[in-house]
Write a protein that binds this ligand. Sequence first.
Ligand code: SF4
Length: 335
Amino acid sequence: MTRHLPTLSRSALAAECLHWLTLEHDESTGEAAARGTRIHAAVAALLDPRAPRATCDEQATAEAIATALRSLGAVPQGVELTFALDPLETRVATLGQHLGRDYSSAPEGWWVGTADDAWLAADGVVEVADVKTGRRENVEPAATNKQLRSLALAACGVYGASEARVHLVFADGTVDSAELDEMTLAGHAALLRGLERRRRAGLTAPQPGTHCREMYCPARAACQVTTLAVAEVLPALVGAVGSPVTSVEDATARVLRLRTVADAWKRAEEAEDAALRAWVQENGPVPLGNGKERALVTATRETVQWTEEQKAAAREAGQVKVSTYETWKDRKVGR
Ligand code: SF4
């Protein structure tokens, strides 16, 4: 069990809630995070000959990302470069490259973070690129992305620059870019300073919200809010499930309640899953009392990476089946 360091990559979550920084919890990650780590390692190996050798089962994705990074001007010296930043004094340092998230050399109280690539462009502007392999709709755009602002702030300090261009590079090789001027970076430095002051003052009460799930809070399984939310929300459903909707107000209230229940339930499930995994890793499978036991096993998944040409050929050959279905979508009123 470890306590989290304040990281530049989680500065958006820190702006919403500092409680996770006070909790001790297991660092083990889920499949989506493990997939992201594998792709990141393969991309680093493609860009920097000094990086640890790595390929992954989604090598075509890694190559598309590496191509996008090269077209932005990414350099080997900036691949997987780790920064440390003292938010109170806005001092910065580099801790090294390819550290594999080993932040043990960071000075106490400094925020740490690794850029997938960070470099100084010929026009004196810092460039920071971050690779996103998860769901795109959960990623804050480059123009307002706090993780990129934090990394850009640190990189500007290291390279002696005052402006930055930041880039989000997605798994399909597309890029979302933005420019950050001196004023924006100064405002972000003030935000981090305020967060660090609150953290040191112990003003870290839990602040639950959609960010718990959407920003992948690493402490969800350990956070008391998980169990409290379930206890609060589930009784509200008793007697109401499936009854006819009576008005617009009732419909709106029920959509919002259902969303809260789904979020609370998901967090409860994750907390239970984490607790059971920890127990099974130590004690072995759980007997179910019906001649079966629940065990943790290693499964293998095979995925096929299609090029655009292959997709087009498959469509032309009638090998792509298209079906429509009804689903929910929150969209702007009037569309
Ligand atoms: S689960 Fe939510 S409330 Fe709890 S520590 Fe994480 S972000 Fe904060």
